[in-house]
Design a protein around this ligand. Structure first.
Ligand SMILES: [Mg+2]
Length: 300
């Protein structure tokens, strides 16, 4: 066990829960393109700011594209940094041996789901999408880079329909997370599997998985490694990222949500929202992080 770092002994003024695709990694290149994101996260982490990534991505992706960049830029291994993947299903923390991944078995999908998906990929869908083999708790079919996004989206609905039919045939209850939230309960009336199409993937996940579960996981981990901050910022580029702020607000935490790809909403949430729409999501997040560094008077 490491000794507690000196900076973890008093509450930090704020903590950050960060979506990855969009605010941190560029959605086109799927890597961190804005270098100040790396250096400012390191500056914040090394001064004791609690930092958590909360993403649908796998731990394997985070360990390949994100955390090595922070380590190479000087992130203290004792920093309060937790990387939560697969919408709360997996996680690892700064300072753990490289390659460590924890899995929440209660939200891990059975292998049967992957078995149902593979035959679909041998047909027409195999050129448009591939199975993300790095996922441990959920099952993700991601757009192949060999086809355009338009081509992918033109077959995604058909794929989803065949997938749902296969789930129904296997007796698995499901919810399809689109605007009308279609669902088909199993014999016990349950819908343990949620199918969520995104612009570049179809995610198949446990019904409890999501950004709220990721936020809950982050707070548990922060509760174990030091005092909780007085204020939280949540940062994301899709409507589903508001679930992080919803979860914190509902539990009485002071939260501001930073929406770096805002879309019109039916109603405003009951906490402050900073919407940034004049630049790309990662540039907007970089600007936000720079403001937090300035707030900490860390200079640059
Ligand atoms: Mg995102």
């Amino acid at each position: 066990m490491d000794i507690a770092p000196p900076f973890a002994s008093s509450p930090a003024p704020f903590g950050l829960l960060l979506d990855v695709d969009g605010p941190i990694a560029n959605t086109v290149t799927r890597t961190i393109e804005v270098e100040s994101i790396v250096t400012d996260l390191v500056a914040l982490g090394n001064t004791g700011i609690p930092l958590a990534f909360n993403t649908g991505r796998s731990a394997e992706f985070l360990q390949r594209e994100v955390t090595p960049r922070l380590r190479d830029a000087g992130m203290d291994p004792r920093a309060r940094l937790h990387a939560i993947g697969e919408k709360g299903g997996t996680w690892f923390s700064s300072g753990e041996p490289s390659g460590t991944v924890h899995v929440d078995e209660s939200v891990r999908l059975p292998a049967l789901i992957t078995d149902l998906v593979r035959p679909l990929l041998t047909g027409r869908y195999g050129t448009h999408m591939f199975l993300d083999e790095g996922k441990l708790a959920m099952v993700t079919l991601e757009q192949s880079t060999a086809v355009t996004n338009d081509a992918y989206l033109s077959v995604q609905a058909d794929f989803d329909a065949e997938l749902l039919a296969a789930l129904t045939h296997a007796g698995i209850g499901w919810i399809h997370e689109v605007y009308d939230r279609r669902f088909h309960p199993d014999e016990q009336g349950n819908t343990p599997v949620r199918v969520e199409p995104t612009i570049i993937s179809t995610d198949i996940q446990h019904e409890r998985s999501g950004k709220a579960l990721g936020a809950e996981r982050a707070l548990e981990l922060f509760d174990d490694d030091g005092p909780l901050p007085r204020r939280w910022y949540t940062v994301g580029d899709t409507p589903s990222d508001y679930a992080m702020a919803d979860w914190l607000h509902e539990r009485g935490h002071d939260v501001v949500h930073v929406d770096v790809r805002p879309v019109p909403r039916r109603e405003d949430p009951p906490y402050p929202v900073e919407a940034v729409d004049d630049v790309e999501p990662d540039v907007a997040a970089a600007r936000f992080l720079r403001e937090r560094v300035a707030e900490m008077r860390l200079g640059s």
